[in-house]
Design a protein around this ligand. Sequence first.
Ligand code: GN1
Ligand code: MG
Length: 361
Amino acid sequence: MLETIQKIGAAFRLPGTFDAFETITNGNINATFKVTYSDADGNPKSYIFQRINTVVFSNPVQIMQNIDLVTTHIRNKNPDGVTLHFHHTADGKNYLFDDAGNFWRIMNYVDSITFNTCEDPAVIEATGRAFGEFQNQLSDFDGAQLFETIPDFHNTKKRLDTLFAHIAEDPCGRAAEVQDEIAYLTEVREKAAELSVRFANGEFPVRVTHNDTKSNNVLFDKETKMPLVVIDLDTVMPGMAMYDFADAVRFIANTAAEDEPDVSKVHFDTEKFRAFCKGFLGAVGKSLTQSERDSLVLAAFSITIELASRFLDDYLTGDTYFKINYPLHNLDRTRCQLALAKDIIRKQDELERIVKETAAG
Ligand code: GN1
Ligand code: MG
């Protein structure tokens, strides 16, 4: 890998002398590295190198066009803010196909911290504000300009249809061991798909959304603990406002990690939910329609079921999509998300109340 990294850095004409690289393990799809160079005076400067998974993102060049448009739009709105800065090769492209056919891009490393889990309500609220503001900044951006990087990415109905088709095919002979999971998904299938069906019927506004609002996709200032910039723009596409809210609370309000194997540790924390709500609704509240606001809690349930069905689908079809660290990883992820979805439903009334209280200020 060392030699590849050095070659890629040279192709992007990064200045200075190569020092070292480390792998960043966040992220289930692309490969990410932090790479450091020194200038003539020995001062270090770091970059983020990413090798895009082109099985998942089959049109990476279009993704870079999307990112260019989105970051330019955001930079124009907030010229003093931190934005993602991508490097160019000698022929002026912000990406490179290497000799092995791999797709690479490089951006400046932003000195910052990220939170995979977070106990501080102020940081959770700030995360909500960051994703809310991101949506606001893109509220006047024409989504028709964007290439749809993964069609039907958050079409929960289609995700469930695909899962049930694969359950019927059972290509790896693994369906027998997941009968409880299948039974629960059968029970909630229609409820989880409802918002995506209504969205397809034109019942909700089409927004430009981030579509992967995990808290570790917000970079924070190390000292002030204030958000600096929203990252991971690969899936910015037209979508539902409430699914960005939903995916974020799915991740940040879980009392355990997304892949916690011991599901007794998995709960949906209502106070974390409240803190995120405050930040997000404070930022986008007024621009949401009543029907969007009324759907936030159902969206949290729906996207959690959607991700559970994506993990289970990957498990049943041989673990080809998400990176796995051990053979049953996708099954543990599935069970964790199902436990979380069940807790969301159990707490639904309380969560609805929190949304109303927060929206009322
Ligand atoms: C994937 O690779 P990462 O962590 O950015 C996935 C998301 C899931 C997430 C679950 C393109 O995101 O949709 O919510 O894993 N991204 C893609 O952790 O499928
Ligand atoms: Mg992502």
